[in-house]
Design a protein around this ligand. Structure first.
Ligand code: NAD
Ligand code: ISE
Length: 339
């Protein structure tokens, strides 16, 4: 069975996912596209022989759309995800699930009321081969009980519209999700320290930031978020356990020896660094839907948790204090192995 996907938001990542669903993933077809910019929607739709819908509501209602992909701006996600649930259609939502904890909870409640998982959130790192290997090693107990995790999330530059809160909400949110998953643990507090700011930033931005998280089991995580590092898109993750250490591998790149030096290129953006992870993420999503199953990737609950924890980090940045994470109890619907 071919899964017919409607795409809401034909910007940078929306266009990349349209290409992926059309050229890389087996068993999928993009049948409709919409965007606030109607001309953009028409161009992207025409290139793949899809219908350019007037808006998200029309797209979700189309009988030619079996599943919905939301790649519009974050504040619009909740509206589209809730509409897809109301229509009983599976929906893949790029991160964040929603920009407020309240909206995330509305989605969680709507999905529970529907009685079946429909939502998957686009935390693609869970599909990266390196992170999967790291999880296998941790789960197998090969480095003993995890005690500390040292991470870095660096972007070469960010646009002027990127503000200090986005370091948690837009950037660190990937580590927040992947570390909850890697450690099978929950983050319970956040603190943010601000080193000397880089001169290579827009004046309004606090950059870099060091985020310190603690988990329920007492694991300490330090995360450097540095979004104007200049040299590349660099993701580091090292877990220290009682009997060893496991480090995320560097992406495979050719090593060029020339003169008296060895040069290995550093990826320049998330598309390059996580391209293969996105491919796996979408293939698995489509395969599950084609088989009539419920999505197995990051859930609405994971989307809610990530938003609550990044909100705590934002509060920690503003207050300079250690901020406790206040989260609802996890519903049985989302318990591990429940579905
Ligand atoms: P973008 O600005 O390039 O594209 C967003 C598009 O959505 C624009 O074309 C805009 O006109 C359209 N849009 C906005 N509201 C809409 C609505 N209500 N209905 C229809 N179209 C609408 O942004 P982007 O970089 O593509 O990011 C989109 C989303 O993807 C964001 O939530 C972002 O956080 C996420 N993202 C995820 C990753 C990742 O690593 N997983 C990377 C980049 C972006
Ligand atoms: C962007 O939205 C992403 O999701 C990237 O993975 C992240 O590195 C970047 O900082 C965000 O702005």
């Amino acid at each position: 069975m071919t899964v017919r996907v409607g795409v809401i938001g034909a910007g940078m990542i929306g266009q990349d996912h349209v290409r992926r669903l059309t050229e890389v993933v087996h068993g999928a077809e993009v049948t409709a596209v919409t965007d606030l910019d109607a001309e953009r929607a028409a161009t992207v739709a025409a290139a793949v022989g899809a219908w350019a819908a007037a808006d998200g509501a029309e797209l979700i209602g189309l009988s030619e759309v079996d599943a919905v992909l939301v790649t519009s701006w974050g504040p619009t996600h909740a509206e589209h995800v809730l509409a897809a649930i109301a229509a009983g259609k599976p929906v893949f939502c790029e991160k964040p699930l929603a920009t407020t904890a309240e909206d995330c909870l509305r989605i969680v409640e709507a999905e529970i009321a529907y009685g079946r998982r429909l939502v998957q959130v686009g935390f693609m790192r869970r599909y990266d081969a390196g992170y999967r290997e790291l999880k296998r090693v941790l789960d197998a107990g090969e480095i003993g009980t995890p005690l500390m995790v040292h991470c870095a999330h660096r972007n070469p530059t960010v646009p002027e519209s990127y503000h200090s809160e986005m370091a948690a909400q837009d950037t660190a949110v990937h580590e927040i999700d992947v570390l909850r998953w890697l450690l099978s643990d929950e983050i319970v507090s956040a603190q943010v320290i601000t080193p000397r700011p880089t001169a290579k930033r827009f004046e309004h931005l606090r950059d870099p930031q060091i985020m310190l998280f603690e988990t329920a089991a007492g694991v300490r995580i330090d995360l450097e978020v540095f979004v104007n590092c200049q040299y590349g898109y660099d993701i580091q993750c090292e877990t220290v356990g009682e009997t060893g250490l496991a480090r995320l591998p560097e992406p495979a790149r050719l090593a060029v020896r020339s003169g008296d030096a060895t040069r290995v290129a550093v990826p320049q953006d998330w598309k390059e660094r996580f391209g293969a992870a996105f491919d796996v993420e979408f293939q698995e999503w489509i395969d599950t839907l084609a088989a009539g199953g419920e999505p197995t990737g990051p859930s609405s609950w994971d989307g809610y948790a990530a938003t609550v924890i990044s909100d705590a980090a934002v509060e920690a940045l503003k207050s300079g204090r250690v901020v406790g994470v206040t989260m609802k109890d996890r519903p049985a619907f989302y318990a591990e192995g429940a579905r």
